[in-house]
Write a protein that binds this ligand. Structure first.
Ligand code: ADP
Ligand code: MG
Ligand code: MG
Length: 333
């Protein structure tokens, strides 16, 4: 139904081989890099891959290894990462991909920059943040998402991209306390109103699915619907970080909707909770006594609104954080 051919052509036509964007290394360069990497230890595991810490010429890199049975997922994630002009401080930096035929099996590698703090989920379990730290994280995710979401036309054009699997496990914490968005395996791209839907029709993580996805009313023909669904998930992520913000008091880390049950909630449970009963994560009382946290609670509510068109954009979130930081005289350390 979608003219994938067309968008691919638009994308490749616009691709400049040595753009210096860092995402367009020729394939033989990528292969050479990949074959110079030594794997050290496993650092993460997700739905598709094992993620390893590797060393490349003394530099640390992350290597996501897909099994050959997940070749489509590998191919898609590489394809999205190779989108022209996809270089931004708040998006995980792609370095190279390689497929290694070991004779016995095919190993599929995706090599990216390594972030030693790991995912935001892991980070929040182990650490609390300051009010400035909260703002820095939220602002950085908003910047990365605003960039991802925007379509840029002209000589340096870029398709609009919606992530579709935003969650704290798919965001990484950088050394300076800002964040970058990772795991682009389910992303959709749109250029000139042509939508490029990935082959595998999997949807994101049930816990983070927007009400319109849960009840099947999402308009899948336009990127807008996917963008606003990302914003819903972003609202839940802001809530996760806010709970770990220490202003003398702090909440323990919790996944959103943890009250439902301990393990993975089912689609119908989530639909009942989020759509029928219109429930959202609970705002702790203490937040009302802290200007930053009460501003943030307003922000998250405007992100997870039932009506997608009532939600903020990523750029709105960034601007709101800037105003909050100025009003509260916070330092985003
Ligand atoms: P999947 O698609 O299988 O979910 P992800 O790309 O989300 O794989 O990676 C799984 C986990 O590995 C992440 O949640 C994170 O903990 C860790 N991880 C992934 N990439 C990096 C990286 N570049 N640096 C550090 N940790 C990473
Ligand atoms: Mg993941
Ligand atoms: Mg993934």
């Amino acid at each position: 139904p979608y003219e994938v051919q067309t968008v691919e052509k638009l994308l490749t036509d616009a691709m400049c081989e040595n753009s210096g964007s860092g995402t367009g290394f020729p394939i033989f360069v990528q292969r050479t890099i990949a074959r110079q990497i030594e794997l050290h230890q496993e650092i993460g595991r997700g739905r598709f891959g094992e993620v390893w810490l590797g060393h490349w010429k003394g530099e640390k890199v992350a290597v996501k290894i897909f099994s050959s049975r997940d070749e489509k997922s590998w191919f898609r994630e590489v394809e999205v990462f190779q989108t022209i002009m996809l270089l931004h401080p708040n998006l995980l930096r792609f370095i190279a991909s390689d497929n290694k035929d070991t004779g016995m099996s095919m190993q599929l590698w995706l090599i990216t920059e390594y972030h030693e703090h790991g995912s935001l989920f892991d980070y929040l379990i182990a650490h609390t943040v300051t009010q400035g730290g909260l703002c820095k994280m939220v602002r950085s995710i908003a910047c990365g998402l605003a960039f991802l979401h925007s379509e840029i036309r002209g000589t340096q054009s870029k398709p609009a991209i919606a992530h579709r699997d935003l969650k704290s496990k798919n965001i990484l914490v950088k050394n300076d306390g800002s964040c970058c968005i990772a795991d682009l395996g389910l992303a959709v791209r749109s250029f000139d109103n042509v939508l490029d839907i990935p082959d595998n029709q999997k949807c994101g993580t049930v816990r983070y699915l927007a009400p319109e996805i849960l009840d099947g009313t999402l308009n899948k023909t336009h990127i807008d619907g996917f963008r606003t669904a990302d914003i819903y998930a972003f609202g839940l992520i802001i809530w996760e970080i806010a709970r770990r913000t220490n202003d003398g008091l702090v909440e323990a880390y919790e996944l959103p909707y943890n009250e439902l049950q301990q393990r993975d909630p089912t689609l119908s449970e989530m639909r009942k909770h989020v759509c029928t009963e219109n429930r959202r994560p609970i705002i702790p009382n203490r937040w009302a006594n802290c200007a930053t946290l009460s501003d943030m609670s307003r922000l998250m509510k405007e992100c997870w609104a039932r009506n997608p068109s009532a939600r903020l954009t990523a750029m709105n979130v960034r601007n709101a954080v800037d105003r909050l930081v100025a009003a509260e005289n916070l330092v985003m350390l």
